[in-house]
Every structure is written in C-alpha cells, then in structure tokens.
Design a protein around this ligand. Sequence first.
Ligand SMILES: C[S@@+](CC[C@H](N)C(=O)[O-])C[C@H]1O[C@@H](n2cnc3c(N)ncnc32)[C@H](O)[C@@H]1O
Length: 421
Amino acid sequence: MNRSDKPKPKKLNGDGNFTDFTPERLEKYRQEGVRLLVAGFVDGELVYVLEVPFESLCDRLQSQLDKAFPQGREKGKYLRSANFSFQDYQDDERVECRYLNPQWRQFVQWCTESFQKYLERFEGGVRPMELNTVMVGDALTVLKTLPDNFADVTVTSPPYNKGERDKGWLVDKVVYDVANDRKDEEAYQAEQIAVLNELYRVTKPGGSLFYNHKIRWVRGRMLHPYEWVSKSRWIVRQEIIWYRKIAANLRGWRFWQVEERIYWLYKPRWEGDTIGEELNPRHALLTSVWEILPERDQRHPNPFPIELPTRCIYSVLDERKGVVLDPYCGIGTTLVAAKLLGCDYLGIDISETYVAIACERLEKAEAERDRVLAELALHVVRKTFKERKESGKWDHRLKRNQPLQSLRQIPIKQVSLPIEE
Ligand SMILES: C[S@@+](CC[C@H](N)C(=O)[O-])C[C@H]1O[C@@H](n2cnc3c(N)ncnc32)[C@H](O)[C@@H]1O
C-alpha cells in the first residue's frame, strides 16, 4: 500500500451504531426509555462521553429499518448495522455530557468542525455519571468512561475463560447469554489486567476490590489468577478461599476442586500505604476461608450467593455507606447487597437480559433482606480473646473437631439494616 492509499483516520462526530438491529429492538428501547452512552476515543484516550435518550435517534433508525425491510421484517433477518450521528440528537435538551477530557481541545483536529462546536456547549456543564444505575456494555469500554476516584468497593467475578467446556455432574456447562467464554488465554489475561487497572483508577484511595476467580488447568498446566492479578496496579491484601463445598467437575485427575479464590485488593491512600486500615474484629473473625454454598438460579449460570458480596462490602465499609461497583454484574447480586446495605451502586454487564433481571431484582430488593441480615449476624464478636482467657475458655489450643462455624452462629435480631422509606 503506498502512502496515498492509506485509509484516513475517521474523525470524531458523535456517531455510533447498532449491529444486528431490528424493529423489535427499536420498539423495546423506545418503550424502556433507554439512554445511551456515546463515547469518543483518540489513540485509546477518552475525549467525551455523552448520555443520549434513545428516543432522539428513533426517526433516523426507523428510516434505515424501513429501507432494509420494505416488506416488513422476515424472521431471522437483521439490519447488520444501523448508525446515527450527533445531528440526530443535537437539539435534544435532555442530552447530558458525562465526561469531557479537560484537554479535549488538544484533540480538536480529530473532531469534525460541527461536532467540535457541539462539544463546546458542554464546557463547564459536565454532569458526572448518575449512580444507582445498571449499564449494558463491555466492562472495559464502560469503565473507561467513568471518573477517577469515585468508588469505595468493587465486588466482581469476570467470565473465567473456561472455554465453555466445564461440565460436571452437579454444575452445568457455563454458557452466558451474550459473552463467549473462549478467548486466547494471553489476550484474556491482558484484558483482565486492563480491567483491574481501570478499576484501580476509578476507586478512591483506601478503597478495595474483591476479585473472584478460580484456578484452572489447560492441558495439565495450572493457570493461577495470581499470575495476572499481581501484574495490576493493586496491592494484593489477601487471598481468600471461597469454600463452595460442591465441585463443578467430578473427574479424578485431581482432588475435587471445591474452592474458588477471592482477591482482596487495596488502593493505597498515599505512597507506601501498603497495609491500610485494620478490619473491625467482628469481620476479621470470619477468617480467610469463607464457607458459602454456590447459588442456584435458572436465570444465570453462576450468580453470586448474596452472602458473598454482602460480606465483602460490610467488612470493609462496616457502618459507613459508600459507592459499590460491579463491572460484570450479571443478574445484579452485588448491587442488591449494596442497596440493602444502604450504599449507592453502579453495575455493568454485556447482556441486556441479565441487566433487565438485575433491575427487576433491585426493585424487589426487600425480598432478599433476610439473607443479607443472616450474613450480617455472623459479623459479631461474642467474646473477645481477653474475656475468653479470663473465663478460662481459651487455653491456647483450638479443640479438635470444633467447627469454626459454631463460633459465629448468632441470632439475626442483633443486627439492623437501613429500612427503605
Ligand atoms: C461470573 S458472571 C457474574 C455473575 C454475577 N456476579 C451475578 O451475581 O450475577 C460474569 C458476567 O460477566 C458478563 N460479561 C462477560 N463478558 C463481559 C464483558 N466484556 N463486559 C461486561 N460483562 C461481561 C457475563 O454476561 C456474566 O453475566
């Protein structure tokens, strides 16, 4: 290819497109009052994020659908790409600018002249992202659109890149609604590091990320999550064993794997703050092995049991309220736990179906309050070591066969939760 054949880079013009679009999808988004995030990047640097009501794009999308399906849509046929540009929403007063790069004028050569003029109207009028929403989109792309230092705690579990072939007696093959779980391992790990680093950026100093993953084997070679977690910017504060009690695969190549890992990752408050604040003892006594059964739910292949995100959030925030994030939120378990604990939340998932279920669960969150309360009831110090020593109950040895669990069975009524008005 000689120089003149080189394709010219496309300029930013506030456009976007939908793949495999249908009249049914148009109607659904219109009825649901969907709002879209339209973002522009130059060389990976975010320039702007606009939040646009879907309604303002309908006329343009409708005319493309009419052209594609003059006789009406036949089953199985899709409009491969339906596009829009800022001209479609420029007169809509409801458009919000959620982010404008403070150096955006350095990028104007990459903007069309008319779009540059459109962006100018938002200078000094940026309104950061609204909390307590659930967004449909790719985790990394959406995270890039979020501001620095706003989240207190993230609890998340990404797809594990298991090649969708794990099938056992007790646990079905994991197949997600939209995402495929079969990536080149190197690319997968690079993407996970990028997501971890974006989460680091958006987390407040002193904030935490609980990152759930598991050890996998590919052709006999062990792939340990610590390999890539330790390459991210986070301080690895602890590796927690999630003892699920049930194995996904019951072959005898190894002892049955009944655990997963949860990495408690920490963002230092200042350089050299590698230790952070001490946990309140009532949380610390829950130990580094969490015995929690996996969840069974017909609507998603592997949602969190709600006790798990509840434990993470409550342990680090204690009675404080904060902002909770889950960039792979599935059907929204972390978000429901956050809401019931009185926190603000923000969720992202690539599947519209899961996000719709998450929204429904959030509306009916009260139905899950008892399980959250039961988890909180475990966070209690019945007797301090000093008191146990004084009463002769602690002789420096743990009695054989005394289950740790029995030390923490406390009636639910000892704890309280914010009540929704
Ligand atoms: C292990 S599940 C999380 C389940 C969640 N903790 C819950 O309680 O429902 C992983 C989720 O990641 C979503 N996902 C996969 N690829 C994604 C991507 N690139 N961006 C955002 N979400 C993605 C899947 O749709 C799936 O719901």
